[in-house]
Design a protein around this ligand. Structure first.
Ligand code: ADP
Ligand code: F6P
Length: 323
């Protein structure tokens, strides 16, 4: 018989994402609803090791559902990647009476949750990253807001690009994953999308396409470049030199990580946060909440971390065929 959970901790870890506050709010309020105590762990695993632990009540999360960022702050913590750091983390949880932790973050953060679970602290992961790069789920908290923010920025760049008849390279976030770039490619009707998963670094092909577009009378040429490929300024210079078409690069950067979450991010984040608490109350541990096949499900963290995901092939083909 699994030990009953009395106190649930919650932390955010890795890069922040709009909607993380909605998850925290749901974890706090659902825990209270189920008669549990709840503690906030500040600054991810770094805050756990520093014992930055606060009591939370319903009021602690008032007025947070519409706010970007994370009220618990977030951090990356190398020490927690060591067995000693993980043991210390589990011991600190026990010292503070924390039986279970909801970890909001990406794959790296889930590895931390896995290590805590192996040391007797029940854990549930909630996917929180703008990158959409968690294989077991077709939704991650923050992606919808980030991709809408990027889409709106690219629309604006497109206006000025058309006025000046330029080529514009817009770099969006995603160090290892091109999901934001691909979605913007379709949403903004870009002429070209460069994804770390697909790009062949054939610049001559790009140059020829810019020239062809000019020949057939296109007034702009929008290239969406994922951060994982980078070098947008260099690429702009080379395209301009080779084509004679004025080319500008814009790097959207961290604006994509902020802002008030969209309705979808608020609703999905809330559902996932409440579900994480329900799973803990059912005695489950070492699991991650996901959205797959049109519904909310959960996976064993070990299995979830072993899954692989690339960009959506159909979307990628459409991005190429509609130019
Ligand atoms: P994300 O969770 O967004 O993937 P990171 O990969 O930066 O972000 O991981 C966030 C934090 O999770 C790290 O700083 C570290 O504290 C913890 N973490 C990452 N990998 C491991 C691991 N293998 N074991 C334990 N903790 C880890
Ligand atoms: O994981 C989210 C993300 O925004 C990535 O898209 C990006 O590569 C990375 O975080 C940037 O991290 P930092 O804020 O530490 O520069």
């Amino acid at each position: 018989m699994a030990k009953e959970i009395n106190t649930i901790g919650v932390l955010t870890s890795g890069g922040d994402a709009p909607g993380m506050n909605a998850v925290i709010r749901a974890v706090v309020r659902q825990s209270l609803f189920k008669g549990k105590k709840v503690k906030g762990i500040k600054r991810g695993y770094a805050g756990l090791l520093n014992e930055e632990i606060i009591d939370m009540n319903a009021k602690s999360v008032s007025d947070t559902i519409s706010r970007g960022g994370t009220i618990l702050q977030t951090a990356r913590c190398k020490e927690f990647e060591t067995p000693e750091g993980q043991q210390l983390g589990a011991d600190i949880c026990r010292k503070h009476g924390i039986d279970a932790v909801v970890v909001i973050g990406g794959d790296g953060s889930f590895r931390g949750a896995q290590k805590l679970a192996a040391r007797g602290i029940n854990t549930i992961g909630v996917p929180g990253t703008i990158d959409l790069d968690i294989a077991c789920t077709d939704y991650t908290v923050g992606f919808d807001t980030a991709v809408n923010t990027a889409m709106e920025a690219i629309d604006k760049i497109r206006d000025t690009s058309t006025s000046h008849e330029r080529c514009s390279i817009i770099e969006v976030m995603g160090r290892g994953a091109g999901h934001i770039a691909l979605w913007c490619g379709l949403a903004n009707g870009a002429e070209e999308v460069l994804l770390p998963e697909k790009y062949d670094y054939d610049e001559q092909r790009l140059i020829n396409q810019v020239l062809n577009a000019r020949k057939i009378g296109k007034q702009h040429y929008i290239i969406i470049n994922a951060e994982g490929i980078g070098d947008s300024q260099g690429l702009a210079k080379r395209i301009e030199e080779a084509t004679g078409v004025e080319t500008r690069a814009s790097i959207l950067g961290h604006m994509q990580r902020g802002g008030s979450p969209t309705c979808k991010d608020r609703v999905y984040a809330t559902t996932m946060g409440a579900m994480a608490v329900d799973l803990l109350c059912e005695g489950k541990s070492n699991r991650v909440v996901a959205h797959s096949g049109g519904t909310f499900v959960d996976f064993d963290i070990d299995e979830a971390l072993a899954m692989q995901k690339g960009v959506d092939e159909n979307m990628y083909q459409i991005s190429k065929s509609l130019v």
